[in-house]
Design a protein around this ligand. Structure first.
Ligand code: SF4
Length: 374
């Protein structure tokens, strides 16, 4: 699977930018100036970096360097404040990135639960916001309840394309971390752990450059077990969410074929071994599909399966979409499922679906142009 090859600055580390400067005969501190302009000020054009001498800006242009910020191709506003962006890269490929003011009533991204914040920034209607980013164009994992899976996978995103989604959305929303509280979730299109190096490079740039703390970044995996161990060993690492969706192997293999490669025993073992920080919890995501995985028996089995893991469960009532056969369960089934988990000692939260009307909710992301619903 190929990656877009462009002579772009976005995605380069401080070290790499310092080398770009030195190769142009510039002092090493030019690297820091470039780094801050790209990730903290989020300039769109190297010409805008007024801290750089004109001669260096000219030499960057002559060498064919561009910032490489992706473009907003289309933008859809939900009546709940969610914005779904179709973001296009230089080669014409595009992904979806979702802006969710006030998150989704699940975790706040820093280990606290949402909904208890009373202070509001002046003139603003949200306390915190979450950006859901994509890591690949399409996805190869083939979860049966996911619209993105219908696309297959086209290519990995570069680190610059991943960070670029965040920078483009922040610029469009006029928001600047760390002053503004922004969470990042890797829950858009793609399986981040199948693009591990670019994903991790992007995380480091988000933390060190854009100013979003690692504790406010969450990565969700369908269960690529070896990469869960790799993530646990990273010096800078986001929080981990595992998309579980079934309480036994027979059902999980049917819903998520990746389970045939790494079954629940291996997956839950990796979850148990994952080194958590103080007060940190792992998240299990569980999409409730009517009559498939939402029975009282499934809830009890799930409680047994993850007993003793320092984790919480986020329950997501399935968001329907064209071409997917599953149905949304009734609210009382969702509530019953939650109650059984809580009674078994497992913290469980019901996530409010965001942007259902614009197909921005969980598992609904797909190339907007192909959906033709808006
Ligand atoms: S749910 Fe996630 S991992 Fe599964 S097919 Fe969809 S995008 Fe890929």
């Amino acid at each position: 699977m190929g990656e877009a090859k462009q002579n772009v600055l976005l995605g380069l580390t401080l070290q790499e930018l310092t080398e770009v400067g030195e190769e142009a005969g510039q002092p090493s501190y030019r690297g820091r100036q470039l780094f801050e302009a790209l990730y903290s000020q989020r300039v769109e054009d190297a010409e805008q970096i007024s801290t750089l001498p004109q001669s260096f800006r000219l030499s960057l242009a002559q060498k064919g360097f561009s910032v490489g910020l992706p473009k907003i191709e289309r933008k859809f506003l939900s009546n709940d404040g969610t914005v779904r962006y179709l973001i296009a890269f230089a080669d014409g490929d595009s992904v979806e990135t979702v802006w969710m003011p006030e998150g989704d009533d699940g975790e706040a991204g820093d280990g606290s639960e949402a909904g208890n914040e009373v202070e509001r920034a002046a003139g603003r209607t949200w306390n915190r916001a979450t950006i859901c980013v994509s890591s690949q164009v399409g996805c190869a994992v083939d979860c049966q309840f996911c619209l993105t899976a219908l696309l297959g996978v086209k290519r990995n995103l570069t680190a610059g394309e991943i960070v670029g989604q965040v920078c483009t959305v922040l610029n469009d929303q006029g928001v600047s971390p760390p002053q503004d509280r922004v969470n990042i979730v890797f829950m858009g299109m793609g399986e981040p752990f199948l693009n591990y190096e670019n994903f991790m490079k992007a995380v480091c740039l988000l933390v060190e450059g854009v100013g979003i703390p690692e504790s406010r970044i969450t990565v969700s995996t369908a269960g690529i077990v070896p990469r869960i161990y790799d993530l646990g060993a990273e010096p800078v690492r986001p929080k981990l969410a595992i998309s579980l969706n079934a309480s036994n192997d027979e059902l999980r293999s049917r819903l998520m074929p990746i389970n045939r490669k790494w079954n629940l025993e291996k997956l839950v073992a990796a979850a148990r071994d994952f080194p958590l920080r103080n007060r940190e919890k792992l998240t299990f995501e569980y999409v409730l599909l009517d009559g498939v995985n939402d029975s009282a028996e499934s809830a009890r089995e799930l409680g047994e399966l993850i007993r003793g893991v320092r984790a919480k469960v986020n329950l997501i009532a399935f968001n329907p979409g064209p071409g997917i056969a599953f149905q949304t369960p009734a609210q009382d089934r969702v509530t019953q499922f939650q109650k059984i988990l809580i009674a078994a000692g497992v913290p469980a939260f019901i996530r409010r679906p965001r942007g259902r009307d614009i197909y921005a909710a969980c598992g609904q992301l797909k190339r907007t142009v192909e959906l033709a619903v808006c």
